[in-house]
Write a new protein. Structure first.
Length: 235
């Protein structure tokens, strides 16, 4: 199969795909949380993936990418600082989402049980309450992420085109990959396949360390299975 490359610079293509993954994943979690056919363990895995990856994504922007841009374009500092302020809002929403303690299992009488809490000793409650708490927190994250990206992209994409060289982007992207938390990484492959073209996905996955690349087919299969469960279409 011939892959048609994107006409945009790799920095924008890879960033757009990451953003679209965040849009898709936050939307899916908000929907799956209330679906009684979706096991709580599946929603917990997606929640953990989102919290880890969203935190890492914006931290690498604040700590690494923004300084690279402002070093060449000091006038961009104010706009980027406002985006960092929105990252702080996202952190608060992620704290709330991460604090929903979702566990599923069997009670002493064989009946299903679940617990919900925020680390403060909240007592066990019914599964419906667990799902409601997870849904509320997930909706908040979804809304913050979607709104933030509509503000960020018009600022960031032109800056990436104008002020970040291909070599600088490659260095940044390699640092991001090397420090990405290993939390349900197969879901990233699955979401990338959904939001990008084959050429765009290959561009992103080409940056994976060599020992990881042979694992991509298996990660793809696992992601398809897990995303099917989250959408209520899988086994």
């Amino acid at each position: 199969m011939t892959l048609t490359p994107s006409t945009d610079v790799p920095a924008v293509v890879e960033t757009r795909l990451a953003h679209d993954v965040h849009r898709a994943a936050t939307t899916l979690l908000a929907e799956a949380a209330l679906d009684a056919s979706v096991p709580l363990d599946a929603t917990a895995q997606l929640r953990d993936f989102l919290v880890a990856n969203l935190r890492h994504h914006h931290q690498t922007e604040d700590d690494d990418l923004w300084p690279r841009i402002t070093a060449k374009a000091p006038a961009a500092a104010q706009a980027l600082e406002s985006l960092t302020d929105e990252h702080d809002q996202l952190d608060a929403a992620l704290d709330r989402l991460a604090g929903v303690a979702v566990h599923s299992g069997e009670g002493v009488d064989g009946a299903p049980f679940a617990t919900v809490g925020t680390g403060d000793g909240t007592a066990p409650t019914g599964e419906a309450a667990v799902r409601a708490a997870l849904h509320d927190a997930a909706v908040r994250v979804r809304d913050v992420v979607h709104d933030h990206l509509t503000h960020e992209e018009p600022v960031l994409f032109p800056a990436l085109r104008e002020h970040v060289s291909p070599a600088e982007w490659q260095d940044f992207a390699q640092r991001v990959i090397a420090t990405t938390p290993p939390v349900a990484g197969h879901l990233m492959v699955g979401f990338l396949d959904e939001v990008g073209t084959p050429a765009e996905v290959e561009l992103v996955l080409a940056g994976l360390p060599e020992p990881v690349r042979p694992l991509v087919p298996a990660m793809r299969l696992q992601a398809a299975a897990d995303l099917g469960v989250l959408r209520g279409t899988g086994a």
